[in-house]
Design a protein around this ligand. Sequence first.
Ligand code: ASP
Ligand code: MG
Length: 403
Amino acid sequence: MATEVFKFGGSSVGSLERIQHVAELIKEKKREIDNLVVVVSAMQGKTDELLNMAKFFTEIPDERETDLLLSSGERISSSLLAIALDSIGCRAVSMTGRQVGMQTDDAHTRARIRSIKTDKIRKNLQEGKVAVVAGFQGIDENGDVTTLGRGGSDTSAVALAAALRADRCIIYTDVAGVYTADPRIVKKASIIKNISYDEMMELASLGAKVLQIRSVEMAERYNVIIVVKSTFEPTLPGTIITKEGKMENRAVSGVTGDKNQAKITILEVPDKLGIAAAIFKRLSEKKIIVDMIVQNVSDKGMTDISFTVPADEIIAAKQVIEPVCNELNVKAIKTDKDVAKVSVVGVGMRNHYGVASDMFEVLSQEGINIAVITTSEIKISCLIEERYFELALRALHNKFMGG
Ligand code: ASP
Ligand code: MG
C-alpha cells in the first residue's frame, strides 16, 4: 500500500483559485496513492499579517498567545482545502495539530516535536479519506497550542512522513526544485536532480530558502525521501533528497552565498593560551553566532583574529568583545559590513582534488580578493567584498557547473 505525504507552501495555497488548483491535483494523485496525507502552510502573507496584528499592541507579544493566533492561519488553509476537495468528490478531512496528535515541548514559537499519536489519522486514511493537516503547529503537555518556528510546515510534513513510514514526502512549492544557484543572480542555474541531506543542509544554512533546515535534519534521522516539486508544473521531476544523493561525476552540486555577513578584525592580540577562548566565550554568552574565523600566524608574539557575524549583530558583537580587548591591550577592533560569503557545496568534493584551488583561481581571475576561507568536508566558503558577490557567484557557477 502506497503512503505519501504532500506539503503545499503558502504561495501554493495563496488564493482560493490556487486552493482549487491544489484540490484538483490532489484528486488526480489520490487515484494511485492509497494513503494520502496533505500538510498545508497558511495562505501566503497570512502568518505575517497575524503577527503584525499582535504587534499593534506590543512589540513583544506573549508567546503562548502568539502561538494560538498564528496557528489559525493553517486552520484556515487546511479547512478550505478540505472543503474544496469534498466539493469535487474527493473525500477529505481537515485536522489541526491537536487532532493529528502532534506532541511538542513547550518552547512556544519554536517548539520541537516529541512524538506523534497517529491513531486518528490512520483511521481517517483507512476510511479512504485524504487527511488535510494544518502544518506548523502542535500541542504541549498542558494541551496548549505551540508552533514550530517560521517555515515549520516542512517539518510537520517530514515528521508525519516518518511517523507513518510514508514512501516519500513531496514538498510542493513555487519553484521547480532546488537550484544549482540562485536563478535571479545566475541565469544559467538549473534544477539539481539528486542531492544528499548533508548538501541540502549546507545549502539551506547558506541561504537557499526552499526548506526549513530542521525538516532536512529530521528526514536524515528517519530516512524520509523528500522530493521538492512545483505545484504549478507538477509533471516536472523536481529535486530528490536522499542519504547519498546520487554521485554524478561532478565535485560541486551547488554554488551559494550570503550577503548578510559582517567581519570583525582584532589587530595585535597577544598570542597567549586561552585568549581566543576568552573572546569567543563573550560572543557565545550573548548568543551571537560566529561563522568564519581566521587567526594569523603570530609575529613577535602578536596575532590578528578575524571572524564574521550576522550583519545586524555587528554592533552588539563589538560591544561584547570591547572590554576583553581593552584588558588585552589590543591595537584596534575593526568592523566591515561590506563583505559577503560565497560557497561551493558538494559531496563530490570528497573524491575530487583541486576544488579549493580552482575556486581561488576563479576568484583571482575576476580580481576578487579573499579575506577569510573556511572549509568542511563538503563545502568551501570564501569571504569577499560585497560588491563582487554576484560576479563571484556567476564565475563560480560557470567554472563548476559549466554554465
Ligand atoms: N505559516 C508559517 C510561516 O509562515 C509556517 C510555514 O509556512 O511553513 O512561517
Ligand atoms: Mg516555506
